[in-house]
Design a protein. Structure first.
Length: 227
């Protein structure tokens, strides 16, 4: 029995590592292709106007949101690093204690891969790409200009200050201007990437399956107390 449990834990560790690695590779491959083949704000139609690949750079959070200039960017990058490290540690503990199943593992893998995918942009893109964006340290802001990026040791921003590459643009339908608050824009105007999608799907999975996940965890804790 102990041997079977050890094999199961090993398989879960490998599955976790494989899922996270594959998702990060896909995310980074598409981002690097977009950044080195498209000018900033250039768009390529995929399904007419409804779905486009549009190259934008996001200095802040997911789905194009930002805050706090250079200091806010550094805080956000450090926060992502801390949260990702904690989640990886938490998953390892769950696997070691055999308190995780394939569904939970997949959900956490999506969230961790998404967070790490955007962390790579924030930490390293400013160091290895030379165009597309420049960081104005004195003003604490990013100055954008069009142009295809290329790899370079000169970089455009310091460590933790790189911009996240976004590209998925869905203009599903236009909201009339007379509609309060949202009028004059297309439905879901945010532009996002694979990493954002992974985090969103993972969080949705937690919301959908939270009763199963947390009920099973509570039952296991009660069994441990009575054993």
């Amino acid at each position: 029995m102990k041997r079977n449990n050890a094999v199961k834990r090993k398989h879960y560790f490998l599955l976790f590592a494989a899922l996270v690695a594959v998702l990060i590779i896909l995310d980074q491959w598409l981002k690097i292709w977009i950044k080195t083949n498209m000018a900033l704000h250039e768009a390529i139609p995929v399904f007419g106007e409804w779905f486009q690949l549009q190259f934008v750079e996001n200095p802040g959070m997911a789905f194009g949101f930002s805050f706090g200039g250079g200091i806010g960017k550094m805080i956000l990058s450090l926060f992502r690093l801390i949260i990702s490290g904690f989640l990886i540690y938490y998953v390892f503990i769950l696997i070691k204690k055999e308190k995780i199943d394939a569904l939970m593992l997949s959900i956490f893998s999506l969230i961790i891969a998404g967070a790490l995918g955007n962390i790579i942009d924030s930490c390293f893109y400013g160091l290895v790409f030379d165009s597309g964006t420049t960081f104005n340290a004195e003003a604490g802001r990013y100055d954008y200009y069009s142009g295809v990026s290329r790899f370079s040791s000169s970089g455009y921003a310091p460590f933790l200050h790189g911009c996240v590459v976004d590209m998925f643009c869905f203009k599903l339908f236009y909201i009339p201007k007379w509609v309060p608050f949202w009028g004059g824009y297309h439905f879901f105007p945010a532009i996002f990437n694979i990493a954002d999608s992974c985090v969103t799907v993972g969080l949705a999975g937690i919301l959908i399956f939270n009763k199963r996940i947390f009920t099973e965890k509570k039952q296991e804790e009660l069994q441990d107390e009575h054993s």
